[in-house]
Design a protein around this ligand. Structure first.
Ligand SMILES: Nc1nc2c(ncn2[C@@H]2O[C@H](COP(=O)(O)OP(=O)(O)OP(=O)(O)O)[C@@H](O)[C@H]2O)c(=O)[nH]1
Ligand SMILES: [Mg+2]
Length: 379
């Protein structure tokens, strides 16, 4: 995205190295006329490996490096010497990167831990030298195995951030304001809808040097599932949050209805999101007096823990932090495993020409560039 450092989708082409050929060498020296086969094996081609790294927050470093080639293995040589292995190419990705095959949409892997490695494309095996093929009846094999060819694969890397709590609400609900108050993040805040165009992450300091990660995502509106507003594109960033914090402003007309609308949009995106533990925060409560708060308590949705907060006065914010901490540490709210459904890849004839290349996401990004988004470097 021009003007922003937030890149959560890239398509890359990977090619492993081909295996080195086995050698057909026959041994000779000044005292030995026919020393027999001594050709060594070729080296393995380099793998393309994905590695999780906590030093990365986005996929921006891959945006302009979309062709990744590992080194070829070298051929074997005389005296049964092995060829050198091809250089492996390691791609560092942020924890929370999910990988799909770009042709079939099939889920390939999910990198969640720092240092976790996954071989995306295997290097070709090196061929065996002629030494392996000597037999009683063929003592001078003049042939050796060629190395295995390189493997090519185009993959889509998608980032689904690993935050503990995700903020869900309509535009202007005060999500970014809360993040700015409880963490060092400095998201843009303004009284018009869709101020936030890309997710923001913040680390919330809790008591005794404990901390948790909060993700502020762009506002959702009714009909987001059909693409209204910014659509549901950013909802994948709350897919693996332990809990969801719904935020509805105190001046809204019907809190219970707004809550249902939000819930319904999440459900349309991924029904599993509805199984997550939820907390409701009624924001901007500095606009209410105690009596109004009491009256409002009867209008709240049922079966959800609710906190009244104001990011401006600080009212209820520490209670909210306590509640979040309690919930994210509950064993039942820990995410054990999530199901990554295959990705939908449009058949070529459904794509218009512009989409059918590596710039696909850029087209979309371009449109948003006129807005000022906050990158994750603001953390
Ligand atoms: N009075 C009052 N105003 C608030 C409070 N929190 C946020 N606001 C105001 O509400 C407006 C919207 O706040 P944001 O934090 O940008 O809202 P948001 O939910 O991030 O909105 P989008 O990014 O557009 O989805 C701003 O003008 C804030 O100053 C609060 O606790 N009290
Ligand atoms: Mg915002």
């Amino acid at each position: 995205m021009a003007g922003s450092n937030f890149v959560d989708y890239v398509k890359i082409f990977c090619r492993s190295g081909k295996g080195g050929a086995g050698s057909k060498h026959l041994y000779r020296d000044k005292l030995t006329q026919k020393g027999g086969p001594d050709g060594g094996d070729g080296g393995r081609g380099g793998h393309v490996i994905l590695r999780g790294s906590k030093d990365y927050w986005t996929l921006i470093h891959l945006k302009y490096a979309r062709h990744i080639h590992a080194g070829d293995g070298e051929g074997g040589s005389q005296s049964r010497s092995f060829g050198k292995e091809g250089e492996d190419k390691i791609i560092d990705v942020p924890c929370g990167t999910v990988v799909y095959d770009a042709e079939t949409g099939e889920f390939i892997c999910d990198i969640t831990n720092d240092g976790e490695e996954f071989i995306l494309v295997k290097g070709g095996r090196g061929g065996q030298g002629n030494w392996h093929f000597r037999t009683a009846t063929n003592q001078t094999p003049r042939f050796a195995q060629p190395g295995e060819p390189a493997v090519e694969r185009t993959v889509i890397l998608q980032l689904k951030v690993l935050a503990d709590v995700g903020l869900v609400g309509f535009p202007n609900a005060g999500k970014s304001t809360l993040l700015s108050v409880v963490s060092a993040a400095k998201p843009e805040i303004a009284d018009y809808p869709f101020t936030t165009l890309v997710p923001n992450l913040g680390i919330v300091q809790y008591r005794d040097n404990k901390s948790f990660v909060m993700a502020d995502i762009p506002g959702i509106i009714e009909g987001a599932a059909e693409g209204k507003g910014l659509g549901l594109r950013f909802l994948r960033h709350i897919e693996r949050n332990s809990i969801l914090l719904f935020m509805i402003p105190a001046d809204s007309n019907d809190i219970a209805h707004e809550f249902d609308v939000l819930l319904n949009e999440l459900k349309q995106y991924n029904p599993e999101l509805v199984d997550k533990q939820r907390i409701l925060a009624i924001t901007k409560c500095d606009m209410l007096d105690d009596q109004m708060i009491e009256e409002m308590k009867n209008l709240l949705p049922e079966n959800v823990q609710t906190v009244f907060i104001s990011s401006v006065t600080g009212m209820g914010v520490s209670d909210l932090k306590d509640l979040i901490w309690k919930e994210i540490n509950k064993e039942s709210n820990k995410i054990v495993e999530i199901n990554h459904r295959p990705m939908y890849i449009a058949p070529i004839d459904e794509l218009d020409e512009e989409e059918f290349d590596f710039e696909e996401e850029d087209e979309e990004d371009e449109d948003l560039s006129k807005y000022k988004g906050i990158g994750w470097d603001e953390l």
